[in-house]
Ligand binder design. Structure first.
Ligand code: ATR
Length: 276
């Protein structure tokens, strides 16, 4: 019997998840059907219960329900606990609903695919919202020399640094305190680029051979990646690989098979360019 999967969110029309999982299923010969479902506010629990009661095997959860999914899960992975949010639900063989968060590991795998080494590197993260919280544990497991979190609202950066302090050298700084500092990797986890804005960054922030990663992606390079290019960043990447990477980890959780992400990234990059 064909196994059922879906992505739940609001809005959901733009979701690329069905397209990505269809490619993974074809590639690995898995008999599965993946749909997208618009869920109204206040109806998340009801919709998830119905989905699993009707034989559904797994869900991806996107904005604005990742906290609801966290609460819904009967069991959670350690990385989901740390992230404080769940983007993947899986029905286990005993019927238990497991909650996982694959966003951070998806980003780390993308960086590995890009050939970026994280061990011993000085890392700066811009932003301190849910997206940043989701990547901190997998990032710190790569053993960077230091992680600095800079955010417009300083108290949020401080709270994150405090929460992840046991996993490595994590500090909070204001944008002003970045003057005179140099980093090997800068990750933009703010939503500022969606408004075409950029946090106030010093021009001298990037080390020689620095890599810059934007968790957002679009048909054109983001304002952050344009900033990084102009300041001589050696390597740039947007968040398309992270999107596909988190999907691959969810697929692995459900099917115990790891799909190839690079051909899917290449195909989607081509489609995005053609649609411009
Ligand atoms: P997400 O779940 O995508 O992380 P979020 O929790 O709303 O969304 O967090 C958005 C992040 O982008 C926050 O770090 C926010 O800074 P504040 O904590 O000060 O609000 C940051 N952000 C949004 N717009 C910004 C802007 N124009 N300049 C700088 N930072 C911005």
């Amino acid at each position: 019997m064909t196994d059922l999967y879906a992505v739940f969110g609001n809005p959901i029309n733009h979701s690329k998840s069905p397209h990505i999982h269809r490619q993974f299923a074809e590639q690995t010969g898995q008999d599965m059907h993946y749909t997208k479902q618009l869920v109204n506010e206040g109806e998340f629990e009801k919709c998830v219960q119905e989905f699993f009661a009707q034989g559904g095997k797994g869900l991806n959860i996107t904005v604005p329900f990742k906290l609801n999914a966290f609460d819904f899960a009967q069991k959670r992975t350690a990385r989901a606990e740390r992230a404080g949010a769940v983007n993947t639900l899986a029905k286990l063989s005993d019927g238990t609903i497991l909650g996982d968060n694959t966003d951070g590991i998806g980003m780390i795998h993308d960086m590995h695919n890009l050939g970026w080494e994280l061990e011993g590197k000085r890392v700066l993260i811009l932003g301190a919202g849910g997206a940043v919280r989701g990547i901190l544990q997998p990032l710190l497991e790569e053993k960077p020399a230091q992680v600095v979190i800079a955010n417009r609202t300083q108290s949020k950066a401080e709270e994150l640094a405090k929460n992840f302090h046991d996993l490595g050298d994590v500090q909070a700084k204001t944008f002003e305190q970045l003057h005179g500092e140099v980093f090997d990797l800068v990750i933009n986890g703010t939503s500022a680029s969606m408004q075409g804005e950029l946090p106030p960054l010093p021009d001298t922030l990037l080390a020689t051979n620095a890599c810059c990663y934007d968790m957002m992606y679009g048909p054109e390079p983001t304002i952050f990646l344009r900033w990084a290019k102009e300041r001589g960043a050696a390597q740039l990447a947007d968040g398309l690989g992270m999107l596909i990477g988190q999907a691959a980890e969810a697929f692995y959780l459900w099917r115990q098979i790891r799909p190839e992400v690079v051909p899917v990234i290449t195909a989607m990059r081509r489609q995005i360019a053609e649609r411009k």
